[in-house]
Design a protein around this ligand. Structure first.
Ligand SMILES: [Zn+2]
Length: 360
C-alpha cells in the first residue's frame, strides 16, 4: 500500500512524516501523529491499520470481527441526521470544538453510469435502505444523482484547511464526465473565506473531481499561501499520462507547493487535544486519505470517497465500480464506519446529497 515516493520535483515535495505539520498553531509542538495514533491502532493489515486509526477506539477495546451494518439499519436509519444548515450563505456548518467545518457544494449532477452499473453487487434491501437515507440520489430510470462537495475546516483566527478542490472550471479534466464548471469560489466567498485564508489544501486523492480548482488557468496555485498535501502512495501510483499529473501535480510541484506525506499526519494540534489529522484510507485509490477533525466532544470525519453513495453507508460491503482495490476499499469502509459509530463521529461526505451524516 505504501509506495515510496522519490521526492523528485523540488522543494517541499519530499515525503516525511510531519511534512504537513502546522507550525503556527498554539501548542502544536511536534505532535507525532504516527505515535499518537499508533498507540490506538487495534488491527493489522494496511486497510485495517488505516481505517482503525481514523476513528480509533480506546486501547483495549474489543477487536471484534466486522459486523454487517444491514441489520443495524433496520430502524436506526431514522437516526441518521443532517447537520445544521446555519452558516453564511446558506452553507451547512458543523462545529467541533474550536473548529468549524463548512460544507462547500461545488456541483451537483447525474453520474454518467446508472446506479446498478456503478454498484453492481448491491442488493434490493441495501437499495431500499439507501433510498431512505439519501432519497435525492435516486433519479429517474436508474440515474444516480450526486453532489460534488469540498469542505473547509476553519480555525480560530480564520485560517482554513480546505479538503479537496472540486470539479474545477469548464475546461478541467473532470469535464469529460462531471458537471462543470463548479462553483467552489462562490461557495468560499459566501462563507467569508478568501483564497489567501487557506493555508493547507488536502487532496483526498487524485481523481478529477477532487483537484479541479487547485490551480489557476495559468497553472499557478489557486490558493496562493497554501501547501497542497497528498499521500506519497497516491503520487507513486499516478501514471505519467494521468491528467492529474499535468493539470495539478506538475505545476504544484514546480511551484514548491506539493507536500507528500506518508501515513497518518497531524495537520493542526491545539492544547487540550483538539486536532486535525490526516489518516490513510486506501482502496478507492492507493493513497486515498481522510481527515479527522477532533474537537474534543465532537469528532467529524471528512471521508472523501470511502463512501460515495448511501448504498455503501447502509452496506459497506457494496463495491463501487471505480474502486481500484475493491477488497481493500471494503475493509477500509467497514472499519471507518464502525469506528465512527463507536465514537459517535459525524461523517462528512463528498458525494451524498447531504453533507453531514451522524451514525447513531
Ligand atoms: Zn469523487
Amino acid at each position: 500500500m505504501r509506495g515510496t515516493y522519490d521526492g523528485n520535483g523540488g522543494p517541499g515535495s519530499g515525503a516525511q512524516e510531519n511534512g504537513a505539520q502546522e507550525s503556527g498553531e498554539q501548542g502544536s509542538g511536534a505532535a507525532d501523529a504516527a505515535g499518537a495514533w499508533g498507540r490506538r491502532r487495534l488491527l493489522r493489515g494496511a486497510g485495517a491499520l488505516a481505517a482503525g486509526a481514523v476513528v480509533a477506539a480506546a486501547p483495549g477495546a474489543p477487536t471484534a470481527a466486522p459486523r454487517s451494518r444491514g441489520a443495524a439499519y433496520d430502524g436506526p436509519v431514522d437516526g441518521l441526521v443532517d447537520g445544521p444548515v446555519d452558516g453564511p450563505g446558506g452553507a451547512a456548518v458543523f462545529r467541533a470544538g474550536r473548529f468549524e467545518v463548512v460544507a462547500l457544494l461545488d456541483a451537483h449532477g447525474t453520474f454518467p453510469m446508472s446506479r446498478e452499473e456503478a454498484f453492481p453487487d448491491a442488493g434490493a434491501t441495501a437499495w431500499a435502505d439507501a433510498r431512505r437515507v439519501d432519497p435525492r440520489a435516486f433519479g429517474p430510470g436508474g440515474a444516480w444523482e450526486l453532489d460534488f462537495r469540498c469542505f473547509a475546516v476553519r480555525r480560530p483566527g480564520g485560517r482554513v484547511v480546505l479538503v479537496d478542490s472540486g470539479v474545477g472550471p469548464a475546461d478541467s479534466p473532470a469535464a469529460s464526465w462531471a458537471p462543470v464548471p463548479g462553483r467552489l469560489h462562490e461557495r468560499l466567498a459566501a462563507a467569508g473565506i478568501e483564497p489567501a485564508d487557506v493555508d493547507t489544501v488536502v487532496l483526498s486523492h487524485l481523481h478529477e473531481d477532487h483537484y479541479g480548482w487547485s490551480v489557476t488557468p495559468d497553472g499557478e496555485p489557486a490558493f496562493p499561501r497554501a501547501r497542497y498535501v497528498v499521500q506519497a502512495a497516491e503520487l507513486a501510483a499516478l501514471a505519467p499520462d494521468d491528467a492529474a499529473t499535468t493539470y495539478a501535480v506538475a505545476p504544484l510541484r514546480a511551484a514548491g507547493r506539493l507536500h507528500a506525506v506518508d501515513g497518518g499526519t497531524r495537520l493542526v494540534a491545539h492544547r487540550g487535544g483538539d486536532a486535525v489529522t490526516l489518516v490513510p484510507t486506501p482502496g478507492h485509490t492507493p493513497g486515498h486519505q481522510s481527515v479527522v477533525v477532533d474537537g474534543g466532544h465532537r469528532r467529524i470525519v471528512i471521508a472523501g470517497d470511502v463512501v460515495v453513495h448511501a448504498v455503501q453507508l447502509v452496506d459497506p460491503a457494496v463495491r463501487y465500480f471505480f474502486e481500484e482495490d475493491p477488497d481493500l476499499a471494503r475493509r477500509t469502509r467497514r472499519l471507518l464506519l464502525e469506528r465512527a459509530e463507536e465514537r459517535r463521529a459525524v461523517l462528512a461526505t463528498a458525494h451524498l446529497n447531504r453533507p453531514f451524516v451522524r451514525l447513531c
